[in-house]
Write a protein that binds this ligand. Structure first.
Ligand code: ATP
Ligand code: MG
Length: 446
């Protein structure tokens, strides 16, 4: 079906004529269709009042037509959902109306009919924000922008560029300022399990002093000066530092592989001022530009400090995963500090709303009921000071249901000993395999 509807090329006059007190119906008829046209979707690529499948009804769903698959007819696999509000609803970032709308969009994007959806937009004709979906995770792709007739075209053009160039990867930095909480072990085993499940995965060892990730993988070795060169020379691609880790299951005649950027010992010797003169905070993020179109997941193992390499790693991330220990108040408090202070520092530089923190999980100690209660007491104290942190500690907590669920990865001796064998535990042991599959399901896989 050929569609010759002319594309809207400027939204300025539509916004100028949108009444300040526009109702939902007016935003829906006098603004949204032009916004969608500007984004490049024709009339047969749009469905109003789309039922997401368990996540409620969204105002508009859109997707490009394929040769024999006209979205308006098949109604399958929407690509972008748009949730509208009236102009009375305050969509200023972090206002109650904003939070409710974001939660509504998240539920919609997680609807059973939206598994393939990649993007979501909320707008009321006064604010607009773009969100990206990757598996289970939904995170901002822009900040919540106040729109005016003056900035609307440039703002929506930027959104269009993003959705026209949808990356494949989710970039996850594994971070906690506290040492020994399981960052490296989590990075390796998540990468390994996702590779086992058929995903294309890249891991980077950004702990240049300890280099534990590099030394936990057979045939992967530190490479002196190589990553430094790739990060500082604009003509050298990150590809020059990527090495394949290969594991062969003899019994199954099955070969699993994921890619690794080994640690660079030379970068461990850098004093802080040298980082500042040789690299910018966005250097790693930019060097990963191509990889984001090639891999499903990029994991970065960061060092337990907030020095420049950790900042590079956190800046490069879409989301930050924070392993903690239930019986170590430092690991809980450091996670809170990372969420409240360190991540916002990077968000301020980056200006696209990322990186965001994923909820914490407890790694690797047995938890008795009294111990759990002690941990909850510690967390309550943290939350007392800042209620905004609740979703990062208790992701399933709502006013209606006071669910104190925190994911827990058990302690298991094989997990530690596998590092000496230089093979990810998930390839050696069935229980370890299941533990990390559960972790991958809890956070990533839809
Ligand atoms: N679930 C687990 N079961 C048993 N042992 C574990 C588990 N997770 C991690 N370990 C062990 O705990 C120790 C610390 O883990 P790991 O090196 O991954 O922590 P880290 O946060 O990366 O440390 P650092 O801050 O020093 O980089 C290691 O010996 C590791 O093998
Ligand atoms: Mg480590």
């Amino acid at each position: 079906m050929k569609d010759n509807t002319p594309r809207v090329t400027s939204l300025k006059s539509y916004l100028q004529h949108l009444p300040q007190d526009a109702s939902h119906a007016i935003v829906s008829t006098n603004f949204a269709p032009y916004l969608i046209s500007y984004l490049g979707f024709s009339t047969t690529e749009i469905i109003p009042q789309y039922d997401t499948g368990g996540g409620g009804i969204t105002d508009f769903a859109t997707r490009r037509n394929l040769e024999n698959d006209i979205f308006l007819q098949t109604k399958s696999n929407p690509f972008l959902l748009i949730e509208l509000k009236d102009r009375y609803t305050n969509l200023t970032e972090n206002s109650p109306g904003y939070k409710a709308t974001v939660n509504q969009l998240k539920r919609q994007l997680l609807g059973t009919k939206c598994k393939a959806a990649q993007w979501g937009i909320i707008t009321n004709g006064s604010h607009i924000q773009l969100f990206r979906k990757h598996g289970k995770i939904i995170f901002p792709a822009t900040t919540c922008i106040a729109i005016t007739p003056e900035n609307i075209d440039e703002t929506v053009a930027r959104i269009k560029t993003k959705i026209d160039n949808t990356p494949k990867a989710l970039t996850v930095t594994v971070y906690n300022n506290k040492g020994g909480v399981g960052k490296t072990t989590t990075t390796i085993n998540l990468a390994a399990i996702l590779a086992f499940l058929g995903k294309k995965v890249l891991v980077l060892d950004f702990d240049f002093n300890q280099r534990d990730l590099t030394s936990s993988l057979l045939n992967i070795n530190p490479e002196d000066g190589l990553l430094e060169k790739a990060l500082t020379d604009r003509n050298i691609d990150l590809k020059s530092v990527i090495r394949p880790y290969i594991y062969i299951f003899q019994t199954k005649k099955l070969k699993i592989t994921f890619d690794v950027v080994p640690a660079d010992p030379k970068m461990a010797e850098y004093p802080e001022f040298q980082y500042n003169s040789q690299m910018k905070i966005f250097t790693l993020h930019r060097k990963l530009d191509l990889a984001r179109y090639e891999y499903d997941y990029i994991f970065i193992d960061a060092a337990p400090n907030w020095r420049f390499p950790s900042q590079l790693a956190v800046y490069a991330a879409d989301v930050v995963l924070l392993p903690t220990k239930h019986n170590n108040s430092f690991s809980l408090n450091n996670a809170a500090t990372a969420i409240k202070e360190f991540l916002p520092q990077m968000q301020n530089f980056k200006k696209d709303g990322t990186p965001i923190a994923l909820p914490i999980f407890f790694n690797g100690e047995k938890i008795t009921q009294p111990q759990l209660q002690l941990a909850q007491k510690e967390i309550d104290q943290i939350l007392e000071n800042d209620k905004n942190l609740v979703p990062y500690f208790y992701p399933r907590y709502t006013n209606a249901k006071k669910d104190l669920h925190i994911h827990h990865l058990p302690e298991y001796a094989i997990i530690a000993s596998a590092a000496f064998a230089r093979v990810p535990a998930v390839y050696k042991n069935r229980s370890a395999h299941e533990y990390y599959k559960d972790l991958a399901k809890e956070y990533f896989l839809q």
